[in-house]
Design a protein around this ligand. Structure first.
Ligand SMILES: NC(=O)c1ccc[n+]([C@@H]2O[C@H](COP(=O)([O-])OP(=O)(O)OC[C@H]3O[C@@H](n4cnc5c(N)ncnc54)[C@H](O)[C@@H]3O)[C@@H](O)[C@H]2O)c1
Length: 458
């Protein structure tokens, strides 16, 4: 069968996998191949148990896989045979050398660029899907176009705005698709090719274009703004606890202002995930690089507030439980960084679990999807942690429950039964404000929400 376009994606992770599955699902006339150096991940993409959990992902992968969606480890062949190449490799925070802890580690991206250069036998459109520092496209361009053998590479920036947990919906009905390109004739032509792909299912007015640096920067800024809202409401939650105000009431009143809007105003233990912190730190690093120290400090405070909120949560637990957690057993409901994903990267639960163990507490972890990743995150702590999938069983014999992920299933459990099975006085620390606090209090729990007065029996 001959396909209209042949598309490759390098990097089969949380972005590459679902994004390409959506293109293949929506466009049966294109052949889409996803390659990765991680053979285990590729094997999982080809199996019944996909390597990541995302609602709705199974269905679209099953519909397209083997028809026009393929997963492979053969990167060389992938590059040779495809003319449109998305690059969706990981770009974590650098952990070594200059810029450690702040700058993006671009080694995977650069390796990918060099592979594209080495294996290409014809001209290609190369699309940055990974989130990258501003002006990375220039570096890509320099690496790729360093050989003068008639092969041309056009670089586009097409950052991904999907949110884990709602990735399929976000890909199917994106708020916008952003494409940054060079304003040259071939840049415009490459841009049109990519616009045509998205136009198969995305309304034309939602496909927007910009210069390539604006596109790269927009992704960092979008994440910085989202994280900033979380840190803003979390800062106010600390104030509410002192002033006996209720942060949910404050959020509602503030969010009804149409200039502000209601989303991302839930106080919590803070943001996690592989992107917010990394992208803000990258923005901070770039600002410092350009001598914009005040701008850098402003954005860095968003991350500091997030760290503070997590530590504050542990201090609240400590204070409520008579200033000692030593020898006590704390049950953590939820380990994923948010609901509807198995992803635990930068999850506040990692920090909180480790802090509780530092206080010499035993920890029982429950999560419907993330226990496999939790075990990896807490490797080396096996003597202090137990993993129990069922939340009711997990709480049995514990002194306290801390809710760390807003999974729906925690809302309507049999709290009478849970209370009976716990050591008294029993505590609930609702780090996501998802429970009916009054009901739990009436059952006998001492309840500590975020940003509201606690309900205690003392
Ligand atoms: N996860 C999100 O919600 C999200 C959302 C928007 C943007 N992003 C950005 O997208 C990018 C990818 O994120 P992710 O969450 O999918 O990461 P991920 O770690 O889940 O996936 C990246 C994959 O790239 C592979 N890889 C690395 N180097 C390679 C190479 N040279 N050749 C082939 N494969 C290689 C890795 O093995 C890995 O499977 C990052 O820049 C991230 O910031 C992520």
């Amino acid at each position: 069968m001959s396909f209209e376009k042949k598309i490759l994606c390098i990097g089969a992770g949380y972005v590459g996998g679902p994004t390409m599955a959506m293109i293949a699902f929506q466009c049966p006339q294109y052949r889409v191949t996803v390659v990765d150096i991680n053979a285990e991940r590729i094997a999982a993409w080809n199996s019944d148990e996909l390597p990541i959990y995302e609602p709705g992902l199974d269905e679209i992968v099953k519909a397209a896989r083997g028809r026009n969606l393929f997963f492979s480890t053969d990167i060389q062949r992938g590059i040779r045979e495809n003319d449109i190449i998305f690059v969706s490799v990981n770009t974590p925070t650098k952990t070594f050398g200059h810029g450690a802890g702040m700058a993006s580690d671009l080694q995977y991206l650069e390796k990918t660029a060099r592979q594209i250069l080495e294996y290409s036998e014809s001209s290609k459109i190369v699309i940055e899907k990974s989130t990258l520092p501003v002006r990375t496209a220039l570096a890509m361009e320099r690496i790729l176009n360093c050989r003068k053998n008639g092969i041309r590479f056009d670089i586009l920036s097409n950052p991904e705005f999907l949110a884990e947990g709602t990735a399929i919906r976000d890909l199917n009905q994106p708020d916008r698709v952003l494409i940054g390109s060079q304003e040259t004739e071939s840049g415009r032509k490459a841009r049109q090719t990519l616009m045509d792909i998205y136009a198969n299912w995305v309304p034309k007015e939602k496909i927007i274009t910009s210069n390539i640096w604006s596109s790269e920067l927009s992704k960092l800024v979008a994440n910085a703004f989202l994280a900033q809202r979380i840190s803003s409401i979390n800062a106010i939650s600390a104030f509410c606890e002192k002033a006996e105000a209720d942060v949910t009431e404050v959020s509602r009143a503030v969010g009804m202002d149409s200039r502000i809007g209601p989303r991302f105003l839930n106080a919590s233990i803070g943001f996690g995930g592989s992107c917010f912190k990394k992208d803000i730190l990258n923005l901070v690093y770039l600002c410092r690089h350009y001598g914009l120290n005040e701008v850098a400090d402003y954005w860095e405070s968003v991350v500091k507030m997030n760290d503070y909120q997590q530590e504050r949560f542990v201090r609240t637990m400590l204070g409520a439980m008579f200033n000692t957690l030593a020898g006590k057993t704390i049950c953590l409901w939820g380990f994923a960084f948010k609901a509807d994903t198995d992803d635990t990267r930068e999850s506040p639960a990692i920090f909180i679990a480790k802090r509780l163990m530092e206080e010499q507490a035993e920890v029982v972890i429950s999560d419907p999807k993330a226990l496999k990743n939790a075990r990896i995150d807490l490797a080396g702590f096996e003597d202090r942690v137990r993993y129990v999938e069922d939340p009711v069983q997990a709480a049995e014999g514990c002194h306290a429950i801390a809710i760390l992920t807003e999974w729906d299933l925690y809302r309507n459990l049999d709290f009478n039964k849970i209370f009976e099975g716990m050591v008294k006085p029993a505590f609930i620390f609702d780090g996501r404000n998802i429970l009916d606090h009054r009901r739990c209090f009436d059952i006998g729990f001492n309840v500590y929400p975020i940003g509201k007065p606690p309900l205690t029996h003392f």
